[in-house]
Design a protein around this ligand. Structure first.
Ligand code: SAH
Length: 223
């Protein structure tokens, strides 16, 4: 049985999905697609975003906006989470490295679409809170670590996919090294408060790495 409160949240989550679909259509010329993959939308519809925002903010969780999560950090806008997930082109066999766990929302979305997610966060209290939330939701294919994501996770490399949710000016070389041949990376690049570009990197089977820009974005800096 769902309670009336659950039903309100589920309706709000459906409205969030509609808003993400509208954004995808509006941004189609920039992002190179007019819709996101059905599996991505299903994952966005399944993860209870209200469980990832600070207490008292639950009613705002399904507005298609970024929200503060404390420690000067934010939970990304739902459309950006969907776009980054779509650009990753995940398969159920993939091992994914995420840099910037934050509240763990993007982590939970990735966990529904990949085999295993390794996620690094520099702020210990955010990492601990994310671990508790993911655990409460019964998400077991995620491993969290505290540390500097610019170093990647050498002992678990290579990764089929790498996603970075804070912006460095340039791609940290260890992340390129730790991407498997045939792998893909999605990362915002640029200085804080200046124009940043959501960038898609790919490594071919011979190991050559190339990038292309997707959408202008505004992310917190990779520190
Ligand atoms: N993925 C989150 C968004 C997190 S915001 C979501 O689902 O909404 C970016 C996160 O990157 C912040 O939590 C910040 O603390 C973290 N971060 C910044 N620099 C980092 C670094 N060098 N290594 C790991 N995490 C970092």
């Amino acid at each position: 049985m769902t309670t009336p409160d659950d039903e309100t949240l589920i309706r709000a989550r459906h409205r969030m999905l509609d808003s993400i679909e509208d954004d995808a259509r509006d941004m189609a010329p920039l992002i190179g697609r007019a819709a996101f993959a059905p599996a991505v939308m299903a994952a966005m519809g399944a993860v209870p975003r209200h469980r990832f925002v600070p207490a008292g903010q639950g009613h705002r969780a399904y507005v298609n906006r970024p929200l503060p999560i404390g420690h000067g950090q934010t939970i990304s806008q739902p459309t950006i989470v969907a776009l980054m997930t779509d650009l990753l082109d995940l398969a159920p066999t993939h091992r994914v490295l995420e840099i910037g766990t934050g509240c763990g929302y993007q982590t939970a979305v990735l966990a529904r679409l990949a085999a295993r997610v390794f996620s690094v966060e520099t702020i210990p209290r955010l990492s601990e809170a994310a671990a508790a939330r993911l655990d409460d939701l019964g998400i077991v294919n995620v491993i969290l670590r505290r540390g500097d994501g610019a170093e990647g996770w050498p002992s678990e490399a290579p990764f089929d996919r790498i996603i970075v949710t804070a912006a460095p000016e340039r791609i940290p070389p260890p992340l390129i090294d730790q991407l498997a041949p045939g792998g893909r990376m999605v990362i915002p690049l640029g200085r804080p408060w200046e124009r940043q570009w959501l960038t898609v990197g790919g490594k071919d089977s011979a190991g050559a790495f190339t990038t292309r820009r997707n959408l202008p974005v505004a992310f917190v800096p990779l520190v």
